[in-house]
Design a protein around this ligand. Sequence first.
Ligand SMILES: Nc1nc2c(ncn2[C@@H]2O[C@H](COP(=O)(O)OP(=O)(O)OP(=O)(O)O)[C@@H](O)[C@H]2O)c(=O)[nH]1
Ligand SMILES: [Zn+2]
Length: 187
Amino acid sequence: MNVDMEKIQQAVRMILEAVGDNPDREGLLDTPKRVAKMYAEVLEGMHINEEVYFETVFSEEHEEMVMVKDIPFYSMCEHHLVPFFGKAHVAYIPRGGRVVGLSKLARAVDVVAKRPQLQERITSTVADSMMRKLDPHGVVVVIEAEHMCMTMRGIKKPGSKTITSAVRGIFEKDAAARAEVFSLIRV
Ligand SMILES: Nc1nc2c(ncn2[C@@H]2O[C@H](COP(=O)(O)OP(=O)(O)OP(=O)(O)O)[C@@H](O)[C@H]2O)c(=O)[nH]1
Ligand SMILES: [Zn+2]
């Protein structure tokens, strides 16, 4: 893993000093190390290309919609480095027998989310990677999330939800297909 753990530890120590705490007091002694481990874990998507999950396909002639909904995810807002989290819904219509394992849709959401992110970018990255690797008839990705930068700080609006969607391929033109997906998601 290409994470400079030492550098994170130094940075965390400096933040603790800068806010006026003593990084050498007992309770904080292991904190820089723990925080470094935490960042390596929650940002591990920096070092994984989500497209790898779309390499293995099953030759299954199903050219109808497939949807995995309510995929929980956690991400880190790139502006404040605090969490935002919620659910992703991923739907696609395979083409040419390129049907992918269901868990791979959730894995792709997971690694894309585990980067310093914007909700819009998670949504479009997952949709565009699927379009590129699977060449399906279409993809819809919808994400609903609560941003801690809008709840614990700043404007402080707990419970507010942000919903983003990325609509690709046939779903862009076919209003009935799009309506079917959104009725199944029912956010
Ligand atoms: N579009 C988008 N904005 C986000 C996302 N996560 C956080 N933000 C917003 O990023 C913006 C950053 O705004 P700035 O004015 O630069 O920073 P700030 O002074 O901390 O902003 P406030 O949150 O309004 O206090 C805020 O409006 C956040 O709500 C996201 O996933 N997508
Ligand atoms: Zn933020």
